[in-house]
Design a protein around this ligand. Structure first.
Ligand code: 3PG
Length: 210
């Protein structure tokens, strides 16, 4: 799978924080039932790596990946646990080296034109715009399409059901990321139906891409 195939799997990549490992497989199944296949489990909780391992082993329809990757060691550990893609909030030289040739698609985070150009120079042409709304959102992406037309983005940070459609309508956006599909309350109460409904609604906003 290359990065373009990854971002074309579904119009949204949920940004997931697993607090309780026991919820990971049911949560993944709920998202997949709503048509969302690429699942980003962030390294923001002690359970993250085990959750990746569990989803990878027990939910074959899901493409589980790792998010909030900041170091080469974290990327290696997540790949060993079964991560099939990686996402980071930014990009360092070390991480770029580790991600290049690691065998899975990697979306580095960028917030400025210079960072996007640097990432492209290092071989990454599908990028996470982060934090999307805070750094300029839709007007920023529109402005970048002129000088950086070959780059594609997965904006993340401040995206939700009401604004995702406007992002997806942009020619340089392949999918969006966000945490709104996995509300903490719903996970706590094992309300998998609500999560499937959120996922289904997000998928229904997909736009045809050339
Ligand atoms: C991320 O880490 O990608 C963001 O924190 C997700 O942002 P959101 O919570 O605004 O969706």
């Amino acid at each position: 799978m290359n990065p373009t195939e990854l971002v074309d799997l579904s119009p949204v990549i949920p940004v997931i924080v697993i607090d309780d490992l026991a919820t990971s497989v049911d949560l993944a199944r709920a998202l997949v039932a709503g048509g969302v296949r690429a699942l980003e489990v962030t390294l923001r909780s002690p359970a993250a790596l085990e959750a990746i391992r569990a989803i990878h082993g027990q939910v074959p329809e899901a493409v589980v990946g790792v998010g909030t990757v900041r170091t080469a060691q974290q990327l290696d550990a997540a790949i060993s646990a079964g991560a099939r893609f990686g996402v980071s909030p930014g990009l360092t030289e070390d991480l770029a080296r580790a991600a290049t040739g690691c065998g899975i698609p990697f979306l580095p985070g960028v917030a400025t034109a210079s960072e996007a150009m640097r990432a492209a120079e290092l071989g990454f042409n599908v990028l996470k715009l982060f934090p999307a709304e805070a750094v300029g959102g839709i007007p920023l992406l529109k402005s970048w399409f002129g000088p950086l037309p070959e780059l594609r983005f997965c904006p993340t940070g401040g995206i939700h059901a009401a604004n995702m459609g406007a992002y997806l309508a942009l020619p340089n956006v392949r999918c969006v990321g966000g945490s709104w599909l996995t509300p903490k309350e719903a996970i706590l109460h094992h309300d998998w139906e609500s999560i499937t409904t959120l996922a289904r609604h997000a998928v229904s906003q997909a736009q045809p891409k050339p």
